[in-house]
Ligand binder design. Structure first.
Ligand code: GLN
Length: 308
């Protein structure tokens, strides 16, 4: 007799107890000064079913800085508006380099490797800005609708802190502009990008908002954001590029499409089944949450849910 499938709630509680007992949680991001103040022992995790029912443990309702997790949503919004034209301006290969690296861009003529490293995300936000006139606002409104949380929004303290220390992102944007791959004035793009990254949302909000990726492109209200094929493509790019130069190890340990942010959050997708979000601010040297990766590793091990 196969053993019964454990309930999401019981799995989450077991994971939280294991994480609590684990020493060593990494260090918060310090290149954005306000994020450096976060306590690495904080932890929350949520799972959203296909119908939007959310199970949670720890600080699963606590808003945190979403940072690069937003890159999944801007990619999806841009693809829904312009389709494959996007791929003429950004690649979809793992970079094998840190998320904010400049080194490949000159060899590759200002076309970033993928939409999840900073250079690629800047291109996506630039294109969404051209298409909508307010990329960050469109993203915020989408996240509010899909999460059902009308209070979700920008944290301007974080956006201003990142802007004040944003020389590397500015360098990436100017460099790509020199190749004609950025269409808006760089200061406009950076303002949009820093506000995008500053959005505060909880594990519950993000697990729900990412639901369209588990529902093959279908939004919470039943309408389509993406075609089934596009949803598959976004999940594939998350699997291969979503955790930067640790994507191979993440696929090995977790076995799901995932996207991390330097606020300590990670979202992950079990296509056709559920979406997950975990948050703990201590990062490893590649910018991924230490407890977050460990918790997702335990989730797929305990449940057997994986794309493999
Ligand atoms: N806002 C951050 C940056 O551009 C996002 C990086 C991340 O979350 N990996 O550096």
């Amino acid at each position: 007799m196969p053993s019964p499938f454990p309930s999401f709630q019981s799995v989450l509680e077991r994971i939280a107890a294991e994480i609590e007992a684990t020493p060593g949680r990494g260090r918060p991001a310090d290149y954005i000064p306000v994020l450096a103040e976060a306590d690495p022992r904080r932890f929350g995790m949520a799972v959203a079913d296909l119908d939007g029912t959310v199970y949670g443990v720890g600080e699963w309702q606590q808003p945190f800085s979403t940072q690069s997790i937003t890159k999944v949503f801007t990619l999806a919004l841009d693809l829904s508006l312009e389709g494959d034209v996007l791929w003429e301006h950004v690649g979809r290969e793992p970079s094998g380099n840190p998320f904010n690296s400049l080194v490949q861009l000159e060899h590759e003529h200002g076309i970033p490797r993928n939409p999840f490293i900073n250079a690629g995300a800047l291109v996506v936000t630039d294109r969404l800005q051209t298409l909508t006139g307010d990329a960050a606002g469109v993203l915020r409104d989408f996240l509010r609708t899909e999460s059902g949380n009308p209070d979700l929004g920008f944290d301007m303290t974080v956006a201003d802190s990142e802007s004040a220390h944003g020389d590397r992102n500015a360098a990436l944007a100017h460099f790509m502009a020199s190749y004609g791959n950025i269409r808006n004035p760089v200061p406009v793009l950076l303002d949009q990008y820093f506000r995008q990254c500053s959005i505060e949302a909880s594990c519950a909000d993000l697990a729900r908002a990412a639901g369209f990726l588990a529902r093959h492109g279908t939004r919470a209200d039943g309408s389509y954001l993406l075609t089934r094929s596009q949803a598959k493509q976004v999940n594939a790019v998350m699997l291969t590029c979503g955790t930067y130069d640790a994507a191979g190890d993440f696929a090995y340990r977790v076995g799901l499409p995932g996207k991390s942010g330097v606020g300590g959050g990670i979202i992950a997708v079990v296509p056709g089944r559920c979406t997950l979000c975990v948050w703990s601010p201590g990062l490893d040297e590649r910018g991924n949450s230490v407890a977050g990766v460990a918790a997702l590793d335990r989730f797929t091990t305990l449940t057997g849910l994986s794309v493999f």
